[in-house]
Design a protein around this ligand. Structure first.
Ligand code: UD1
Ligand code: CA
Length: 453
């Protein structure tokens, strides 16, 4: 089928400089969600009608399977679809979608196309409060007669609780006949797509209706309030899918996935965690409360304690991370590594079984296996102009409060005494220490306060 996605609207009520369809739901532009669904339908052609701020939309989401059609000025939904006609393949029906209705499901759209057959189909919904929507006007025998916009509706028509969601499926050849023939003699002076219902009936073409699988699929975003409402629905659905796949969530209402979260078996996630980009959690991973993970891969059995922040980083199996740990881009922890509270690791590899449990900065370093990094250790990787690497070989013990002034290497099995400021390589298997020798000053007295004269 041909897919037409309308995305030219101004989105005034968002009160934002960003085009409406670029506002984010689950961390991705509204329009990206619609495009996902469109691609699920294996559409032949996907036409996106853009207008206001459209170049930014195009830049953000351009892809080889998209045809971008500019609508300028914007004279209504019928006028919008009219712009795409030359790009539509006559041999298949055309479905109209909306860039600001992001949760529409592929199953619902497939059914809409199915009930259309060779005729027209409209996706309708029954609402307790139909205010603002086009109403579905039916004959006594129940067949659809017209869609009447609220502002054109008579009082008895306004009482109708069946509304037009906007989604339609239509024979393409018929659209090419109908749309150029639309008039704009209505309350808004617009070319209404909905008027094709009357034209279809005039030609004796069947007009079918069906409803969405769930009501929220057809909710649109016109304001920040609606955006927040849809975000909760989207997150709730994500949480449900995670639980159905076996993930334990302490509270499904307190998890935010802004991208893709891929979990193994028996993963447990405590409250208030945020997952961004693509995050992979292996079997048995535990994520404590209030963690933020972005583009991260975490190996099986690793435990991430509360308040940890992990970005563009990888951890192997059986690691213990946090609480209050920060793994920055380029961090790769091997297996059984411990990174404890207030430890920051950046652009560094840390080998199997190594530990940095308290208050440390490990940046631009290569750390071997079974290394112990004492509390307060810092790799001084930056000389004010350039970054340098620190190499710490296997089985090294680094005493507390040590500074490793890079570039520097600590040889295998070396021990650095607490308080060392290492400026040259430390030889393997030896104790290196740079502290001044402890001394006690004989006869020394604390100064006393002098009496005023
Ligand atoms: C439209 C329907 C109404 C339906 C409602 C559902 C018509 C005439 N009315 O009304 O029956 O109940 O949607 O939400 O179709 N757009 C363009 N170019 C335009 C005008 C609109 O791309 O010239 C896009 C908008 O960006 C928006 C969508 O079409 O995504 C709907 O436009 P909007 O003005 O919100 O239509 P409604 O008046 O709400
Ligand atoms: Ca609308």
């Amino acid at each position: 089928m041909n897919l037409v996605i309308l995305a030219a609207g101004l989105g005034k009520r968002m009160r934002s400089d960003l085009p409406k369809v670029l506002h984010r739901l689950g961390g991705r532009p509204l329009l990206a969600h619609v495009l996902d669904t469109a691609r699920e339908l294996k559409a032949g052609k996907i036409c996106v009608v853009y207008g206001h701020g459209g170049e930014a939309v195009r830049e953000a989401l351009d892809a080889p399977d998209l045809v971008w059609v500019k609508q300028e000025p914007q004279l209504g939904t019928g006028h919008a679809v009219l712009q795409t006609l030359t790009f539509l393949d006559d041999g298949v029906p055309t479905l109209v979608l909306y860039g600001d209705v992001p949760l529409i499901g592929a199953a619902t759209l497939s059914r809409l196309a199915e009930v259309a057959g060779t005729g027209l189909a409209v996706l309708t919904e029954f609402l307790d409060d139909p205010t603002g929507y086009g109403r579905i006007v039916r004959d006594e025998d129940g067949s659809i007669r017209a869609i009447v916009e609220e502002r054109d509706a008579a009082e008895d028509e306004r009482a109708i609780d069946e509304i037009n969601t906007g989604f339609i499926a239509a024979p393409t050849v018929a659209l090419k006949r109908w749309l150029p023939a639309l008039g704009n003699d209505n309350a808004q002076g617009e070319y209404y797509l909905t008027d094709i219902v009357r034209l279809a009936i005039g030609e004796g073409l069947p007009v079918a209706t069906t409803q969405p699988d769930t009501g929220w699929e057809v909710l649109g975003v016109n304001s920040k309030v609606q955006l927040a409402e849809l975000e909760r629905i989207h997150q709730g659905r994500n949480a449900l899918l995670l639980m159905e796949s076996g993930v334990t969530l302490a509270d499904p209402a307190r998890i935010d996935v802004r991208g893709e979260l891929d979990c193994g078996r028996d993963v447990t996630i405590d409250v208030n965690c945020v997952f961004e980009g693509r995050v992979v959690l292996g079997d048995g991973v535990e994520v404590g409360a209030n963690c933020v993970l972005k583009n991260a891969v975490v190996g099986a059995g690793t435990r991430i304690a509360p308040f940890s922040h992990i970005e563009e980083a990888e951890a192997g199996r059986g690691c213990v991370i946090g609480p209050y740990a920060r793994l920055r881009p380029g961090t790769r922890l091997a297996d059984d590594v411990h990174v404890g509270n207030f430890v920051e690791v950046k652009n560094s590899r840390i080998g199997d079984g190594s530990k940095a449990n308290h208050l440390a900065y490990v940046g631009d370093a290569t750390v071997g296996r079974n290394v112990n990094v004492g509390a307060g250790t810092i790799t001084c990787n930056y000389d004010g102009a350039n970054k340098h690497r620190t190499v710490i070989e296997d089985d090294v013990f680094i005493g507390s409060d040590t500074q490793l002034v890079a570039p520097v290497t600590v040889g295998r099995g070396a021990t650095l005494g607490a308080g060392t400021t290492l400026t040259q390589d430390a030889p393997p298997d030896k104790l290196t220490i740079t502290r001044v020798k402890q001394l006690t000053v004989p006869g020394w007295k604390r100064p006393t306060k002098k009496k005023p004269v």
